[in-house]
Write a protein that binds this ligand. Structure first.
Ligand code: PNS
Length: 168
C-alpha cells in the first residue's frame, strides 16, 4: 500500500494569521496532506467560536488542494492516532517559543512516539501572534497584512459588535 505523508498543524487559530498560513502553505508543499487541527478548549472562551475558526481556515486554505481542517478536543496524540498522523508541524518564531514547544514535543513523543517538526517562521511574521492581532484590532490599530483579508473583515465585524465606540 502506498504510504501517505500526513502532518498535523495544531493550534487555537483565534483567528488564523498570515504567520499560520505561511507555515500551513509551506507544509502543504512538503507533505501529501496537512491536517489543520483546531483545539476545542472548554476552559478558554475565544473571540471566535471553534466553528467560525474552522470556517475561516477552510476559506483561506482552499487554494491548497491538500489541506484539511478539523477540530479536536483532548490530547493531540489521540487525534493523531485516530487520523493516521505520525508527525506534528509547528512554526517557531523566536527562542522564546522554544522551551514550551520543546516540552510539548518531547511529551508527545514520550506518550505516543508522535514526532514534532519545527519550521522557522518567515521573518516577516516573527512577531505575529493571534492575541496581539486581537488586542491591536480591538483598539482600532491596523492589522492589515497580518491576517488574511477575510479575517480582517471578520475581526472588524466581531469587534464592532463587542464594543461599540465609547462603550468600553
Ligand atoms: O495555538 P496554541 O494555543 O499555541 O496551540 C497549542 C496546542 C493546541 C498545540 C496544544 O495546546 C495542544 O496540543 N493541546 C491539546 C492537548 C494536549 O495534547 N496536551 C498535551 C501536550 S504535550
Amino acid at each position: 500500500m502506498e504510504r501517505v505523508y500526513r502532518v498535523v498543524c495544531p493550534g487555537s487559530f483565534d483567528p488564523v494569521t498570515n504567520g499560520h498560513l505561511d507555515i500551513i502553505g509551506r507544509a502543504a508543499g512538503l507533505y501529501d496532506e496537512v491536517v489543520v487541527a483546531v483545539l476545542i478548549n472548554v476552559t478558554k472562551q475565544g473571540l471566535f467560536t471553534v466553528d467560525e475558526r474552522v470556517e475561516m481556515l477552510n476559506e483561506v486554505t482552499r487554494r491548497y488542494g491538500n489541506v484539511r481542517v478539523e477540530k479536536f478536543h483532548g490530547l493531540l496524540v489521540d487525534f493523531c492516532a485516530a487520523n493516521g498522523i505520525s508527525a506534528v508541524i509547528k512554526g517557531l518564531r523566536a527562542v522564546s517559543d522554544f522551551e514550551y514547544e520543546m516540552q510539548m514535543a518531547q511529551m508527545n513523543y514520550r506518550m505516543a512516539k508522535v514526532e514534532t517538526l519545527f519550521m522557522t517562521t518567515n521573518p516577516l511574521y516573527s512577531f505575529l501572534r493571534s492575541s496581539l492581532v486581537k488586542e491591536i484590532a480591538k483598539y482600532g490599530g491596523d492589522v492589515s497584512g497580518l491576517v488574511p483579508e477575510l479575517v480582517l473583515g471578520r475581526l472588524r465585524e466581531r469587534l464592532a459588535q463587542e464594543s461599540p465606540p465609547g462603550q468600553e
